[in-house]
Design a binder for this molecule. Structure first.
Ligand code: HEM
Length: 369
């Protein structure tokens, strides 16, 4: 398929093929294996360039990937995630108090689905609350492939500058947060370059909130459109986790994720992917693959046995999967517990966000009933 800017890649849209290639050692994420990149054939200001070149675990393979990912994994162990539960619940309750005070219809995405994951990842990374909205705006531009090349480049510079200022502040005054831990890892034995340090923060910030924001939005939207399924959960017949897993499959928060590269020639059925060509993981398509998920276009929280790939698979499996699940379940349980009659506001259907990567709607107007 053709990406923005006329760049041609293989879109991997079938569940089984995607699962196989995500774990295939002949497929890497370091762009030095991509001929279009190494031969300088990318168009000037290509909007997805940041995703291909950001220094950090998402563009690294093998030992380098293990080193970069290893520096942050201890913050995401099941025990550390479980320890975050009271804080996630408290933030959820505070946001729900805010919703109760709003009058008339309001945008659930703006007032609930966004601030919860942003506050959680902000606290984990030690980002000053005052800068969180600025960081979100820049990060939105970064993942929005409809931004102009100039805006995308400016957003990336802005994010790097803001995060570099956070690093400087934490160097002067260390805190109890992941940024301080990463600075210590860099200082201890030079395991991390300054660029990798800021690149890792950027990745954690963007991956840590844009995705969960979409998951919460997409789940609420699906439940409001399927009240009979919401009833199953409110009556205790299905757990909130079933809503989260089905939303991940049905409306994958990460629609597609760029890019991977064939390190050798790879035969996939009767297709030959040549060494140096690029592959795009199409998570949203894989979630609707009829060959793998029966009645794939139906939102059905009672389905069993067809696992999704929407949190990735293989060595780059989502590092924040446990946190994302905790946040989404807590958010949904809290929201519908407080407002069981929540309903979509009257008006036109919400518009999709203009992004090649992020899959959700721009706004989700609701009323509390
Ligand atoms: C609903 C929420 C989320 C979804 C759907 C999601 C999805 C994904 C997917 C599909 C990948 C694999 C990308 C690829 O290589 O193709 C990934 C990787 C990653 N995710 Fe998530 N993610 C979510 C939440 C989070 C959160 C909350 C964090 C951090 C706090 C996070 C951090 C990461 C990181 C660091 C990676 C890169 C791992 C690596 O390259 O080794 N994600 N995520």
């Amino acid at each position: 398929m053709e990406l923005p800017g006329g760049v041609v890649v293989w879109a991997i849209t079938r569940h089984d093929t995607l699962q196989q290639l995500l774990a295939d050692p002949r497929v890497g994420k370091n762009p030095r294996n991509w001929t279009t990149f190494t031969e300088g054939r990318l168009p000037e200001g290509w909007p997805l360039l940041n995703f291909v070149t950001v220094p950090g675990m998402v563009t690294a393979d093998g030992e380098e990937h293990r080193r970069l990912r290893g520096l942050v994994t201890q913050a995401f162990t099941p025990r550390r995630i479980a320890e975050l539960q009271p804080a996630v619940e408290a933030r959820t309750e505070a946001l729900l108090d805010g919703l109760a005070a709003l009058e008339g219809d309001f945008d659930l995405r703006e007032h609930f689905a966004y601030p919860l994951p942003m506050q959680v990842i902000g606290a984990l990374l030690g980002l000053p609350p005052k800068q969180q909205d600025d960081l979100h705006e820049l990060s939105d531009t970064l993942v929005s492939s409809s931004a102009t090349p100039q805006a995308a480049v400016a957003a990336q510079r802005g994010l790097f500058a803001l995060l570099a200022s956070v690093v400087a502040a934490k160097r002067a005054e260390p805190g109890d947060d992941l940024t301080t831990d990463l600075i210590a890892a860099r200082a201890a034995d030079d395991r991390l370059t300054e660029e990798e340090l800021v690149g890792t923060l950027l990745l954690m910030l963007v991956a840590g909130h844009e995705t969960t924001l979409n998951l919460i939005t997409n789940a609420v939207r699906a439940l409001l459109a399927h009240p009979e399924q919401l009833r199953l959960v409110l009556d205790g017949e299905q757990p909130w986790s079933a809503v989260v897993e089905e939303t991940l499959r049905f409306d994958s928060p990460v629609g597609q994720f760029p890019l991977r590269y064939a390190i050798e020639d790879i035969e996939v059925g009767d297709v030959l992917i040549r060494r140096g060509e690029a592959l795009l993981a199409s998570y949203a398509s894989a979630g609707r693959d009829e060959r793998h998920h029966e009645n794939a276009d139906a939102f059905d929280i009672t389905r069993h046995g067809s696992r999704h790939l929407s949190l990735g698979h293989g060595p780059h499996f989502c590092l924040g999967a446990g946190l994302a699940r905790l946040e989404a379940e807590t958010a949904l349980r809290g929201l519908f517990g407080r407002f069981p009659a929540l309903a979509a506001a009257d008006g036109p259907a919400p518009e999709p966000i203009g992004s090649f990567i992020s899959n959700s709607v721009r706004t989700l107007k609701v009323r509390v009933g």
